[in-house]
Design a protein around this ligand. Structure first.
Ligand code: ZN
Ligand code: ZN
Length: 424
């Protein structure tokens, strides 16, 4: 039996036995639905459902590999042409996925090889480190560390941007673990629904801190003197001064040095900064004094420093997802076809404690096929699978052609990721 045939059956049993996991999203009738089946890579979209039971029935009869619904609302969601769907508005969709940004654990669990020169290596890269070719085959994995970074990013967005700057209420946020390497957030708010793509792009710039103009925020140079931010300002300048204070108070000199090295400051400038720590902290605490006078720090150095700070504060979001009003996002309660894990809806309160790979609240555990009695024999088809850790157990590393008799949920994970085949 092929992986797809087998997994389709397994997914079907889930959709049949756990119908209630497919929870109704708001305005279900006005959403467009999309499905990726097991036999084709193309998404079947432009579908609509008039009630949740019809949707549940559909998933039993056509168990999808991936399942999505739109952030947008339409009066005619199942019309085949975008322009005739009669668009009503679009929720703000935010996708945070470690796929898109560097995490230190990737140096351990991600690897690649060059199809041009056969060179290989670990970590996240764009082109071959030997020949520079872009023909790279990448094998990525995930772990508690990157999932935790992903969670911190979504909490950063909520706690430091959406709530304080936009007054978004907890009940307007639909949060979900994606079933793989990240989290989704859908903001359902009447005003936000009416934003154009251009407005959404500006929001993305605000969340990421990209294109930030320090002068507009009040940072400037006059007659060789640097005038920094006052700490009673709002929005980004406040975030920046808070972050700097936090760094000066809580980070060790080694940590600060590392940060300054990363942003490219010279040894002398780093020493000068470390020596001025108390002085700088006093200035930042003072509400009406903003002359930032650190030896060797001219406007260029300061801007470099501020950019580094902004990078630490900004949120790593997948930009096109937020800007595009016709995007579909994973449906809560459906299964992710690359893991067999459930897309788990979470309240903000649940999110703080949530641990996808080792969740102890049964109703929140995304590993729906968890079983220690039922085992499955599979053969590894990937060159290498790094050691990984799920539900308090360590697995691997595994190598090509290894035959393993393994717990059901791990077999489903490896088959879904297409790094193993069924061994009969
Ligand atoms: Zn190469
Ligand atoms: Zn990781």
């Amino acid at each position: 039996m092929t992986n797809s045939t087998y997994l389709k059956r397994v997914f079907q049993s889930y959709y049949r036995e756990r119908k209630d996991e497919i929870i109704p999203v708001s305005s279900l009738k006005k959403r467009e639905f999309g499905f990726i089946p097991w036999d084709k890579k193309i998404m079947i979209r432009h579908m609509g459902f008039s009630d949740i039971n019809l949707l549940r029935e559909y998933t039993v009869n056509n168990p999808p590999r991936h399942m999505y619904s739109s952030g947008s609302l339409y009066n005619l969601p199942n019309n085949q042409e975008m322009e005739y769907k009669d668009y009503v508005g679009c929720d703000l969709i935010i996708d945070i996925d470690v796929d898109h940004f560097y995490t230190p654990c990737k140096d351990k669990h991600d690897f690649w090889y060059c199809q041009e020169c056969n060179h290989s290596g670990k970590g996240m890269i764009e082109k071959c480190t030997k020949c520079g070719s872009l023909k790279i085959k990448k094998f990525s994995w995930f772990c508690e560390i990157c999932l935790d970074i992903s969670k911190k990013e979504i909490l950063n967005l909520i706690d430091n941007f959406l709530v304080p700057d936009f007054d978004i209420q907890a009940n307007e946020m639909q949060i979900a673990f994606s079933g793989h390497r990240g989290y989704h957030l859908k903001i359902e708010n009447d005003k936000i629904r009416q934003l154009t793509s251009e407005d959404r792009r500006e929001l993305v710039d605000y969340f990421t801190g990209r294109n930030i103009n320090f002068q507009i925020l009040g940072f400037d140079e006059h007659a060789g003197q640097i005038f920094g931010f006052l700490n009673n300002n709002k929005d980004w300048s406040r975030k920046i001064t808070d972050k700097i204070q936090n760094m000066l108070l809580n980070n060790t000199n080694e940590e600060i040095t590392k940060f300054l090295e990363q942003i490219g400051l010279s040894k002398n400038l780093i020493i000068s900064f470390i020596n001025s720590k108390d002085y700088f902290l006093n200035i930042l605490k003072n509400n009406d004094y903003n002359l930032w006078n650190i030896e060797g720090f001219g406007i260029t150095t300061w801007k470099r420093f501020l950019k580094g700070i902004v990078h630490e504060i900004g949120v790593e979001i997948d930009e096109p997802v937020t800007i595009d009003i016709h995007r579909l996002i994973r449906y809560p309660g459906s299964l992710h076809g690359k893991t067999g894990f459930k897309v788990q809806a979470l309240t903000l309160e649940e999110l703080y404690e949530f641990n996808p790979l080792n969740e102890n609240k049964k109703h929140l555990n995304p590993i729906v096929f968890e079983s220690y009695e039922y085992k499955q024999k599979i053969k590894i088809s990937s060159i290498e699978i790094p050691e990984f850790y799920i539900r308090d157990k360590t697995y691997g590393p595994y190598f090509k052609d290894d035959i393993i008799d393994i717990e059901n949920h791990i077999a489903i994970l490896l088959l879904s990721r297409d790094v193993a085949i069924l061994e009969e």
